[in-house]
Design a protein around this ligand. Structure first.
Ligand SMILES: Nc1nc2c(c(=O)[nH]1)N[C@H]1C(S)=C(S)[C@@H](COP(=O)(O)OP(=O)(O)OC[C@H]3O[C@@H](n4cnc5c(=O)[nH]c(N)nc54)[C@H](O)[C@@H]3O)O[C@H]1N2
Ligand SMILES: Nc1nc2c(c(=O)[nH]1)N[C@H]1C(S)=C(S)[C@@H](COP(=O)(O)OP(=O)(O)OC[C@H]3O[C@@H](n4cnc5c(=O)[nH]c(N)nc54)[C@H](O)[C@@H]3O)O[C@H]1N2
Ligand code: SF4
Ligand SMILES: [Mo]
Length: 755
């Protein structure tokens, strides 16, 4: 499996003399059918950067000194013991990653909850997928998409809600591109704040003001209901309506707390709420033309067309990210376009195992494996039984979520913080606060990584990790596909897998019994994890089934994977005697390109993980961003990615071909704004927010063209930390920060005037 994105492409790896020397796309893997993107093609290089970390390092008098594993691990164990003795398990935290393998994540969650007795385990996926998690859970009672990549082959209409698939999910993008060029009447509707390469395939491009996607999604629901385009029978059979608390805040305060107060409402009440969201009103709020909103609504609601929605960080990194997820899924529930081939709300996952490791294994601060939560006494009992620990060991309160974890460090509440497989002191928002807290030595910081970076520089101990095919592993991708690979090369120097490091510290803390597996470690760990999943609708197959396949999509029952959950034709959890729809008013569901889909009708849908088998349509209003532009800070700054670089650039930055094509972060600007300000491509400007500033070269009419009044900067450049400028507001429900909007001003570096 590719090391990078949540697409989960299959890779053939060529090894010579113990070194990975070649890769090619796996033609038999149904995910990518032999294709890779430029990052995939250059994968071997990530293992062999000159400055790969090879030995543990301990900070001694301001310098990092090489040492052996014993000294490093003993020191970490001493700090853990001191923290436990002085301030208890809550003073210890672990910050993990959606790039962890399933083994790593499972060992980490067991170590923290059943060993240390703390739920202070949260991952970088909090910055990424938490809003989608909260969305799916609040509507279906079960996380992750109901559909799969096959939907891309069957859909007639693609709604892309502010995701730059061309650069961030290139292989899936090419699958859609293929449909557009070869298919008949395939439509791509892109709703976004800026033009990117993705826009090249859009038949309609709706450019909205940042955050106003909330209003647009409500307007589409408004038109769909007003014009009778919703599926009355589907709604009657499968949906309930709810509303929550409005004005929940923006998470800017320390110890911010928010409890939603869901209340069931009637369809009429929901309809009344939508009255306000007329295309005319929303056009004023969003800047999208009234007729475009109406046209998009009609396309979405067309009962003869199959529709897939796709989204990533534009929707999730949003101070109302959970709401925005809810609003997209509402549209699929209202029209019944869900859980059938070519129909469904499909959230694209960023990291290679944010699904497999973080969401499924349960590495978020409130979670246990298989969608269980620490706040449920029954769930804790199940976990304690499998983990063979006293049930009281697993705390009944969620631990620190990511933002609160780093705030707690700043407040001096954390004694020990162990960071693995993530680079927070480059990737967190409002970075200066958290970098300063780390520099001030408020906590003892352990960092496991493969290269020196902006986080290792602030560590007390650096541990060298084995990466990708230097260890056996499993990843779970966007479409619920779990894939396995075997170790193929030795790690350099003394580098060791992340899970090994945790187990070794565990042994030194008297927790060796938790990891006392007799046989093949990866296999035994997986089989133990699998016990959590059986019978829950999240069923994993056996380890050997993954070894012998190119991945399987859960739930897997008797070796059979599930392509469309909640649909009786495909999902064995929908019991045969589920009552059929009274009158399936929707059209036969035909496959793409004339292929007839099994079932030949909507099929029988049952959202069996939701209360009463019914999914929730949520009433969620438009509310403005946490920080709005004003005279002093007239531009919205949005941040994200470029094709050739992965996140903080630690891996891709070590591959010459990639580094050369995207050597430094630039600020993308709208040509009209640049003209007004007399700025040209290549000139340098200082971008200033209330929290920090940074100088960037300007790029006009480059790959990304932001709308007027907005700027875009990628965050890969370790020498130009754009995250110093970002605001750390977050969605009150998912706790995911909004990296996509804060207010800034710009000042040409060679001129003195503030613009
Ligand atoms: N090359 C490459 N690929 C990657 C990654 C990488 O680092 N490099 N990282 C992976 C990961 S972990 C992730 S999370 C994904 C991210 O994948 P994406 O989310 O696709 O990419 P970003 O660049 O983060 O976000 C850019 C998008 O945000 C949208 N946006 C901005 N403001 C708003 C708003 O208010 N509302 C809405 N709806 N949209 C808005 C813009 O329109 C733009 O399309 O990429 C994955 N793939
Ligand atoms: N401004 C801005 N900031 C953002 C975002 C944004 O859109 N804008 N997006 C957010 C999102 S969606 C994400 S997912 C995060 C990603 O943010 P991070 O997770 O901080 O970024 P990565 O560069 O992926 O960091 C992974 C680290 O793990 C190391 N590594 C690689 N393999 C291994 C291994 O096997 N073991 C160990 N121990 N280490 C390994 C790499 O060298 C690297 O340092 O960034 C978030 N931050
Ligand atoms: S699309 Fe994603 S998974 Fe596929 S090769 Fe590119 S980075 Fe790897
Ligand atoms: Mo992400």
């Amino acid at each position: 499996v590719c090391r990078y994105c949540g697409t989960g492409c299959g890779v053939m790896v060529g090894v010579k003399d113990g070194k990975v020397v070649a890769v090619k796309g796996d033609e038999l893997n149904p995910v990518n059918k032999g294709l890779l993107c430029v990052k995939g093609y250059t994968l071997p290089g990530i293992l062999y950067g000159k400055d790969r970390l090879r030995r543990p390092l301990i900070r001694k008098g301001g310098e990092f000194v090489e040492t052996g594993w014993d000294e490093a691990l003993d020191l970490i164990a001493i700090r853990f013991k001191e923290a436990l003795k002085d301030k208890g398990p809550n003073s210890i935290a672990m910050y993990g990653s959606g790039q962890w393998t399933i083994t790593d994540g499972y060992v980490a969650t067991k170590f923290m909850r059943a060993g240390i007795g703390s739920n202070n385990l949260d991952p970088n996926a909090r910055l990424c997928m938490a809003s989608a998690v909260a969305g799916y859970m609040s509507q279906f009672g079960s996380d992750e998409p109901m559909g799969c990549y096959d939907d891309l082959d069957y859909a007639d209409t693609f709604f892309i809600w502010g995701a730059n698939m061309a650069e961030c999910h290139p292989v899936l993008f090419s699958r859609i591109q293929n449909r557009v060029t070869k298919g008949k009447n395939i439509k791509v509707i892109e709703l976004a704040t800026q033009m990117t390469r993705t826009t090249s395939i859009a038949h309609k491009y709706l450019e909205f003001k940042p955050q106003t996607d909330l209003a647009i999604a409500n307007a589409i629901a408004h038109v769909i209901i007003k014009e009778g385009l919703y599926d009355k029978d589907f709604v009657k059979e499968n949906v309930v309506f709810k509303k929550g608390k409005e004005n929940p805040g923006y998470g800017l305060e320390d110890r911010f707390k928010f409890e939603d107060e869901p209340a069931e409402i009637r369809f009429d009440e929901y309809k009344k709420f939508l009255d306000k969201y007329t295309p005319e009103y929303v056009s004023k709020t969003s800047g999208v033309k009234e007729k475009d909103i109406i046209e998009a609504s009609r396309i979405f609601g067309d009962p003869k067309k199959k529709t897939v929605s796709l989204w990533t960080m534009g929707v999730n990194q949003h101070s109302r990210g959970t709401w925005m997820n809810n609003l997209i899924m509402n549209l699929h529930l209202l029209t019944g376009k869900i859980s059938t081939p070519g129909n469904g709300p499909f959230s694209l996952t960023g990291q290679p195992s944010a699904c497999g490791t973080i969401r499924e294994v349960g590495c978020l601060s409130n979670r246990l494996p298989a969608d269980m939560v620490v706040t449920n006494p029954e769930h804790r009992k199940i976990a304690a039984k499998i983990w063979n620990c006293p049930v009281e060991r697993i705390p009944d309160k969620p631990g620190f979520h990511t933002m609160e974890m780093f705030k707690a460090m700043d407040r001096g509440e954390l004694k020990v913080l162990w960071i693995q497989c993530t680079n927070p002191f480059q990737s967190l928002p409002n970075l200066s606060r958290y970098r300063k807290a780390a520099k001030d030595g408020k906590a003892f910081i352990v960092v496991s990584d493969v290269y020196p970076n902006r986080t290792t520089e602030l560590a007390d101990v650096i541990l060298p990790s084995a990466m990708w095919v230097e260890k056996t592993g499993m990843y779970g991708n966007s479409e619920r596909r779990t894939q396995h690979w075997f170790k193929m090369a030795e790690p350099p120097g003394k580098a060791k897998p992340d899970w090994w490091q945790i187990v070794e510290v565990g042994k030194r803390l008297g927790l060796g019994h938790l990891f006392d597996y007799k046989g093949d470690f990866d296999k035994e760990v997986f089989e133990e994890y699998r016990r959590f999943t059986i019978g829950t609708g999240k069923d994993m197959a056996s380890y050997d089934e993954y070894v012998n396949s190119r991945g399987l999509r859960w739930p897997v029952n008797n070796g059979k994977e599930t392509k469309w959950r909640y649909n009786r034709e495909y999902d064995t959890y929908v019991i045969p005697h589920t009552p059929p729809l009274t009158s399936p008013s929707s059209p036969p569901s035909k496959g793409g390109e004339g292929e007839v889909v099994k079932g030949g009708k909507w099929g029988i849908i049952n959202f069996y993980k939701a209360k009463g088998g019914k999914a929730v349509v949520w009433q969620r209003p438009y509310e403005p961003p946490a920080e709005v532009t004003d005279e002093e800070y007239p531009f919205y700054l949005s941040t994200g990615r470029v094709l050739e670089q992965w996140h903080t650039g630690t891996m891709t930055g070590r591959i010459p071909e990639l580094r050369k094509s995207a050597p430094e972060a630039v600020v993308n600007m709208n040509p009209a704004d640049a003209q007004d300000l007399g700025i040209k491509t290549g000139e340098r400007v200082r971008v200033i927010s209330r929290r920090g500033e940074m100088v960037f070269k300007v790029d006009i009419n480059g790959r990304t063209t932001p709308q007027r009044g907005t700027l875009f900067v990628p965050f890969f450049d370790e020498n130009k930390l754009v995250n110093l400028l970002c605001l750390d507001s977050y969605c009150p429900i998912s706790k995911e920060p909004d990296y996509k909007k804060c207010a800034v001003k710009i000042r040409p570096v060679n001129k003195e005037v503030v613009l």
